[in-house]
Design a protein around this ligand. Sequence first.
Ligand code: DAT
Ligand code: MG
Length: 151
Amino acid sequence: TKYERTFIAVKPDGVQRGLVGNIIARFEAKGYKLVALKMVWPTKEMASKHYADLSSKPFFNGLTDFFSSGPIVAMVWEGDNAILGGRKMLGTTNPRDSEPGSIRGDLCVITGRNIIHGSDGPDSAEHEINMWFKPSEVNDHALAEAAWVYE
Ligand code: DAT
Ligand code: MG
């Protein structure tokens, strides 16, 4: 495809707090294109694989327990600079430092309940999309509005 794709997931706390619609609305309003979406309840094993890079951290067990504590809403969003742009929409890892206007800055308070995941680079984006979605679940569709989002 012409533009970047990033893996975004509303974590179990965001789902339980009823923030799925708010978060999706922000990505839609930005002008990114939704190309995949599903609700999935991660196993501890899936959580550990998703966060494998952090396996040596002291918070890893708590993190993966939390991530597998309820369903998440997994998505792929596509657009120009969608990976870094998506990270900016999320805000910083610790919501204390996240600016108002960002998802974490507006909607959550502490690092351990920061409601949303987003890929941090092209390699992790590709890895995470392939981990959570089959190729047939990622939709290569055109949006009519693209002609108004891009020149
Ligand atoms: P991000 O989610 O912003 O990409 P990360 O990849 O460094 O942040 O860490 C993944 C998640 O792990 C993060 O969203 C919350 C948790 N986490 C990170 N650092 C932590 C810490 N110091 N204490 C507790 N949880 C932490
Ligand atoms: Mg990360």
